[in-house]
Design a protein around this ligand. Structure first.
Ligand SMILES: [Zn+2]
Length: 74
């Protein structure tokens, strides 16, 4: 099991459904679409956030959304 890197540059949220109102794509600032794979009563445990604007997918694992842009290593 890989450890989740929790230092994601300020986006250290636990993923809750109402976070969708707050979280935007770090690249284009558009709203993200949530796909839930597993959730408990409070949080989304695993899933994906998808940006239809720039077609990037951000994984959620262990309730932590990873909003690092996949190719933004600059
Ligand atoms: Zn985007």
């Amino acid at each position: 099991m890989p450890l989740v890197i929790k230092d994601t540059g300020g986006y250290n949220y636990v993923m809750k459904p109402d976070l969708l109102d707050i979280i935007v794509c770090p690249l284009c600032k558009k709203r993200l679409q949530l796909t839930v794979q597993e959730q408990n009563e409070h949080e989304i445990v695993t899933g994906f956030l998808f940006c239809s604007e720039c077609s990037n997918t951000y994984p959620i694992s262990d309730t932590i959304p990873n909003l690092l842009p996949p190719q933004a290593v600059s």
